[in-house]
Design a protein around this ligand. Structure first.
Ligand code: AKG
Length: 230
């Protein structure tokens, strides 16, 4: 990995305290641009591109199947799960470390949630063939996922030409929120029914990395009820 300028802990703490926590508590989502800077952002992007080009990404799976409906008309991404410690995933590991630091500062300030663990990272690529992901809720049934964090990796994205917008439909609100999947942008939102969202058809290769942070109590209960997610 090239020498990168590390994001200072103090900046991450300020980001968490001054922006992420208030926005999650009031609106339920927040995004920040320029999280890692160009050098580290490029290193993450290169690793994701390498994974894609080497064939490491596989069709994203559905929680269940609907007879007669093709998977790709529901979700058309290709994905891989990584911990960030794998060879060739060092920059992704650094990104995960940064997100973990932000969430660890937020954790005790989000109204009684106990956020101590997260999923592996889902590296995702929409290949640019018009595939997207229909409107859905990440955690509709108390599976433990509490905060969704998505880091985008796409340079020179033009929504008119490339589509690929993440549209959030905040519960009970009359407006929608459009998030462009722009390079070095990190998005946070509650994973439950407060934030239904969709990925609109994407006409250029669209990369993102997603992690889900768990509420420990809900997760423990979910593990008793369901098969473990990941
Ligand atoms: C999902 O994987 O559940 C998504 O909704 C993807 C969102 C995105 O990539 O913007």
């Amino acid at each position: 990995m090239p020498l990168i300028e590390l994001v200072p802990d103090l900046d991450l703490e300020r980001l968490a305290l001054e922006h992420v926590v208030p926005a999650l508590l009031s609106r339920g989502f927040y995004h920040v641009d320029g999280l890692l800077g160009n050098v580290a952002g490029d290193a993450v992007r290169d690793q994701v591109k390498d994974m894609h080009l080497s064939g490491a990404l596989q069709d994203g799976r559905l929680a269940g199947s609907v007879p007669g409906i093709h998977r790709r008309s529901i979700r058309g991404d290709k994905i891989a799960w990584v911990s960030g410690t794998e060879r060739g995933c060092e920059a992704i590991g650094y990104l995960l470390n940064v997100i973990d630091k932000i969430i660890s500062v937020c954790a005790s300030r989000l109204g009684g949630k106990a956020i101590r663990e997260r999923s592996k990272a889902m590296v995702a690529c929409y290949p640019g063939n018009g595939a997207g992901y229909i409107k859905h809720v990440d955690n509709p049934n108390f599976d433990g996922r509490c905060i969704t964090c998505i880091y985008y990796l796409n340079k020179n994205w033009n929504r008119q030409e490339h589509g690929g917008i993440l549209r959030i439909f905040p519960e009970g609100k009359s407006y929608e929120v459009d998030i462009e999947p722009l390079f070095d942008r990190l998005l946070f939102f509650w994973s439950d029914r407060r934030n239904p969202h969709e990925v609109q058809p994407s006409y250029a290769t669209r990369y993102a990395i997603t992690v889900w942070y768990f509420d420990s109590k809900e997760r423990a209960e979910a593990k008793r009820r369901f098969q473990v997610l990941r």
